[in-house]
Design a protein around this ligand. Structure first.
Ligand code: FMN
Length: 160
């Protein structure tokens, strides 16, 4: 083995976005803070996201076969914190924040997203302590001209 401490430090320098993963199985809904996600094919349009094995979101994606991605505006630290644990559905809110159902999948989309898209799962594999989902992107929207926020701007760590 080489220097895994330095490798961890290097992994922590990797730039990421910061977003919410929406999931739905029947009437169970959730939004979850994440940064391990990327587009991974043009044609078909595919997106991949990595979800903790024990997360509630993982159970909902397994059962529902769909997910959404909501990109966050700057200074959304309160939203990022809020969605690190399962959120309760109250009317048109998840916890304290308004959402709308993705028109194609029903996966919840954060109403304050600067951009969002929704996916149907086409592949799944275990990747260590996370589960990788690959979804076909079937719909999306750009409700705001604001730029999407990044993990580096937030200044928190998830990686290493
Ligand atoms: C900045 C940040 C980034 C995160 N990125 C991910 C991620 O990419 N994948 C993931 O499964 N959990 C990530 N988490 C942890 C989840 O938000 C959450 O705590 C955990 O997965 C449990 O999800 P649940 O609410 O669905 O049970 C991140 C947390 C923070 C604070």
């Amino acid at each position: 083995m080489g220097d895994l401490e330095a490798a961890s430090a290097a992994l922590l320098r990797h730039p990421y976005g910061i977003f919410l993963v929406g999931s739905r199985a029947g009437d169970r809904l959730n939004l979850m803070t994440a940064n391990w996600g990327t587009q991974c094919s043009f044609e078909p349009k595919l997106y991949t996201v990595f979800i903790e094995r024990d997360a509630y979101t993982r159970r909902l994606i397994d059962d529902g076969g769909v997910f959404s991605i909501s990109l966050l505006p700057a200074d959304s630290e309160d939203v990022v914190s809020h969605f690190t644990k399962p959120a309760e559905v109250v009317g048109n809110k998840l916890g304290e924040y308004e959402y709308f159902p993705g028109p194609e999948t029903g996966a919840p989309v954060y109403a304050g997203a600067v951009a969002w898209f929704e996916c149907r799962v086409v592949e799944k594999r275990e990747t260590g302590d996370h589960v990788q989902y690959v979804g076909e992107v079937v719909n999306g929207g750009v409700p705001s001209g604001e730029p999407a926020w990044t993990l580096q701007e937030l200044g928190w760590d998830y990686g290493g």
